[in-house]
Design a protein around this ligand. Sequence first.
Ligand SMILES: Cc1cc2nc3c(=O)[nH]c(=O)nc-3n(C[C@H](O)[C@H](O)[C@H](O)COP(=O)(O)OP(=O)(O)OC[C@H]3O[C@@H](n4cnc5c(N)ncnc54)[C@H](O)[C@@H]3O)c2cc1C
Length: 583
Amino acid sequence: MQSVSSAPFYILSYMRSTVFLIVLLVVPTCMGGPIAAVSEEQWKLLNSSVHGRLHAAVPFARPCFAQTADTVFGEADQEQCVAVQATYTDPGTRAGIMGSFMNTEWETCQATSQQCLLDFLDPRDTNAFNAPQICAQGSIPSYFVDVRDPADVQASFAFSRKTGVRIVVKNTGHDYAGRSSGANALALWMHNLQEISYTPAFIPAGCSKSSAVPGVTMGAGVSQGQLYDFAEAHNITLPGGAERSVAAVGGYLQGGGHSALANVFGLAVDRALEAKIVTPDGRYLTASACQNADLFFAIRGGGGGTFGVLMEATMRALPQMSFPAVFVGLNATEKIEKEWMEFIVAHSLQWAETGWGGYITPKTGMIFANPLLNMSQAEQEMASLKQFVTTTLGATFSLTLQPSFLTFFNNFLLTTGVPVGLPFLTTSRLIPADNFRSSKKQAELVDTVIEVLDDSPLPLIFVVGTYHFKDRGGTSVNPIWRKSLWHVTSSTFWNFNTTTTEKKALYSNFTSQMNLLREITPGSGTYFNEADVHEPDSTASFWGDNYDRLVEIKRKYDPDHLLDCWQCVDSKGPDSEHFSCYL
Ligand SMILES: Cc1cc2nc3c(=O)[nH]c(=O)nc-3n(C[C@H](O)[C@H](O)[C@H](O)COP(=O)(O)OP(=O)(O)OC[C@H]3O[C@@H](n4cnc5c(N)ncnc54)[C@H](O)[C@@H]3O)c2cc1C
């Protein structure tokens, strides 16, 4: 996987010459809403307040298109087009480009079919970009501020308050619900906040000396991969998700943040010690359990892009650790899939109680880890799994000692990531422990999971519920996380030439298919960051009983409602003009 810093030279030069255009102080004619009324003088003032870091956002695939809509900046360029085609599905490259989003439907205005997409199956397919195709801005924000300090954010909020131009916060663009994009918006691009440091005895703001613990402080743009490398170099452990390019303290942290070790060590929100945030009311605040504790509670699960703009955060560092990991490689027929699912459902409660977690797929196997057991304990506990998968299912099995989280990640997760660079949707459900408790419940769960995931191109069971972890409170994720074992996800995708009617059908079939799991898990919910775009009863599903308190906090720090995003806390809802591109 390619990191941004190692992106090919031509991509970097493309970013400099085209993406990082000094903003053109002429607003193209097709921009709609308040942005069309912003005067040249107002843009100049903003640009000067942010020290010249106001830029036009250019769609990633722009160089491939000869024809564009009026709103699109940049040039057609054959050499740059070849570079875009070569990296079109590479998350590391995409994370470092403002006009690029991982799930590319959020680069498009789905309601009007305005887009600037390539064919992800073959980015050289000229049908996607030759005439009559035209490159349109879609949902990519018109302009962005390359944020380097809190004053940039304060100036942007002041600009938004005065002009009515919508602000969106964009980091890596991984969001599954389009919360980091938005047509006719001004984006705050967090990618270049890259500082990272280790403090062996970190005292969160306002707390006593006795609360000191090892902590790593990082800027909002630092990626999970950078964090894993940093942890390895400093002989500590910073567990994180299954994709290097996700920002460690952007949407991941603020929505929850799961990892293969979440069953034992909790979610990312459980290890947050402190955060520095510019709130929409213009203040730059330090929040911890001991200072601005309401804001700290809100950004530990209430979702990104809602309560303010997080500039940096400090996460608790765990000691360096080695741990056993299990790999099962399966090539499942229908019969094998059922037997496999029956076995794992029957054993899941016991595995959760002893500290196992990781990833399971109904058709291809599992990657499991347990930081609480030594190798002989793990061998003993996984003996029946080994026996079952090798003799009954004909699968491969390995149990190995992983010397660190980075090694575990590189051995098992580096090349198995979720695809990006295509219009990709996810839907999900948290499965509480109660659904595993009786043989009747187990049979019901097996049949339902198989049915729900049957047609999914990427059926994934994230074994990331925080069942074993002792919840210390203070977070705003749905409390059902603490009683859940599984986070079941299904997915679907489309391509550049899918029609609006087909997209609508995909959305609606997708949502109704997950209803089967919703029905057998009453009172449960799902993960805000990996939810259905049309999640039913979304506030209860994402936050449970925490929702009312989150709304109060939102109104306290954002009294003018400058930040709003799809299904976020206190959102104005689907009829708001901000969401006119959603289907
Ligand atoms: C390929 C892939 C793999 C993933 N793997 C995992 C995984 O293993 N575990 C897991 O828990 N999740 C995973 N996710 C989900 C991921 O956590 C979310 O998509 C998350 O929101 C990404 O955050 P981001 O800041 O990197 O992305 P963005 O799309 O840039 O931002 C996401 C949201 O956070 C807001 N935001 C970003 N930065 C800030 C900031 N500094 N201040 C305020 N708001 C901000 C944005 O406005 C937006 O609402 C994965 C997603 C993808 C696409």
